[in-house]
Design a protein around this ligand. Structure first.
Ligand SMILES: NC(=O)c1ccc[n+]([C@@H]2O[C@H](COP(=O)([O-])OP(=O)(O)OC[C@H]3O[C@@H](n4cnc5c(N)ncnc54)[C@H](OP(=O)(O)O)[C@@H]3O)[C@@H](O)[C@H]2O)c1
Length: 333
């Protein structure tokens, strides 16, 4: 087997491939040959040393999700056999945040940390569904309980999480407004069937918040689901909340800066934080079923931006860093 290792915090040149003996599963362990690894912005931050909480110190293997085919099983395994197609459950990837991430050709885990994959998902997409869809489901459905007819603002509209949220909110009967950095991305998003925004607004170098105000008839948004969360952008968002609204912060893509939170007092509104790991263990099976059912019946469509060979991981990170992609980038071992 082979795996990616970050030897020191830094640029993409710190990503190396190393060869290892393929482990043999024992007891309840299952060896999965990964066919798909979803890339996440968090892994760029891990590599740079900006996400030490999840990466630990080098050397470590990045990667938060994956899926593939069972290659071998331990003698106590009862639910899976070689050839079964599986997705690594969130517990497998939580363990992965301790430095044993999914950027590898084979992943050894316990059988109770695997989810059986539905037929509708091709092999190369098996490892790319949880982070976009469960981040959105966990916050917007499980925690917030969004209601039909509510208006939700989705910044970073070209990101895989916002695209997943647009599909989920369309399914629930909410109105969505996506914001994206450039006119070029707006045009591409407007043509993508996976981008289910009711409205799209360009943010760069313009008073974008005026468009959002106008679209909502001056009322604002009941919910803002935001991975940018910094400086001027956050300042504008706070003013775009409807009375009683909630701004969920789930990432920090922008530059930190001062924010005037005075409108929260007048609006009886709140800023709250969200991370996928907050989903309670006993809610996870509901989350898995919610996502897989909708992928199976076509209400959800994974927006694939492109694929790279895992051995070309440096080029893959550079592509993600350029930020021209729309949707999910996949690594294929
Ligand atoms: N809390 C959680 O559990 C959780 C889980 C998954 C992901 N996340 C977070 O969600 C965010 C998106 O992740 P992803 O993997 O979907 O990333 P991605 O697909 O690479 O999306 C990145 C997009 O964010 C926007 N963006 C990038 N830099 C920005 C900046 N400086 N200011 C404003 N917008 C910027 C751009 O979209 P536009 O050009 O369209 O604006 C860019 O294309 C990341 O912050 C990630 O850490 C959080």
């Amino acid at each position: 087997m082979y795996m990616v290792v970050v030897n020191e915090f830094g640029g993409s040149d710190q990503l190396d491939i190393i060869e290892r003996d393929t482990p043999t599963p024992t007891g309840a362990q299952v060896l999965v040959r990964l066919t798909s690894i979803g890339m996440n912005h968090a892994e760029l931050m891990q590599r740079r040393g900006a996400y030490r909480l999840t990466s630990g110190d080098p050397p470590f293997t990045p990667g938060l999700e994956g899926g593939g085919a069972v290659e071998a099983v331990g003698d106590a395994v009862s639910q899976f056999k070689p050839g079964d197609r599986v997705i690594l459950g969130l517990h497998a990837t939580r363990r992965a945040t301790g430095g044993e991430g999914s950027y590898r050709s084979h992943f050894l885990t316990d059988e109770n940390q695997l989810v059986r994959a539905p037929d509708c998902l091709p092999d190369e997409q098996l490892g790319a569904v949880w982070l976009p869809y469960l981040t959105a489901w966990g916050c917007l459905v499980w925690r917030q309980d969004v209601q039909p007819g509510q208006t939700v603002l989705l910044p970073a509209a070209s990101s895989s999480v916002a695209l997943a949220a647009s599909q989920l909110l369309r399914d629930l009967g909410c109105q969505t407004i996506g914001t994206t950095s450039s006119p070029d991305k707006l045009e591409r998003l407007a043509e993508m069937p996976e981008a289910m925004y009711d409205h799209l607004v360009v943010t760069r170098d313009r008073p974008w918040w005026k468009d959002v105000k106008q679209i909502t008839g001056g009322r604002g948004c009941e919910v803002i689901f935001d991975p940018v969360a910094a400086g001027d952008f956050l300042n504008s968002e706070v003013r775009l909340l409807a009375p009683g609204g909630t701004l969920w912060v789930y990432g920090l893509l922008g530059e930190v800066g001062a924010v005037d939170v005075t409108p929260l007092i007048r609006l009886d509104a709140a800023i709250r934080g969200w991370v996928l790991g907050h989903i309670a263990d006993d809610a996870l099976p509901d989350g898995y079923a919610y996502v897989l059912d909708r992928l199976a019946d076509g209400r959800f469509k994974l927006p694939v931006a492109g694929t790279h060979k895992l051995r070309d991981v440096r080029a893959a990170h550079e592509a993600m860093e350029r930020g021209a992609h729309i949707g999910k980038l996949l690594l294929l071992p």
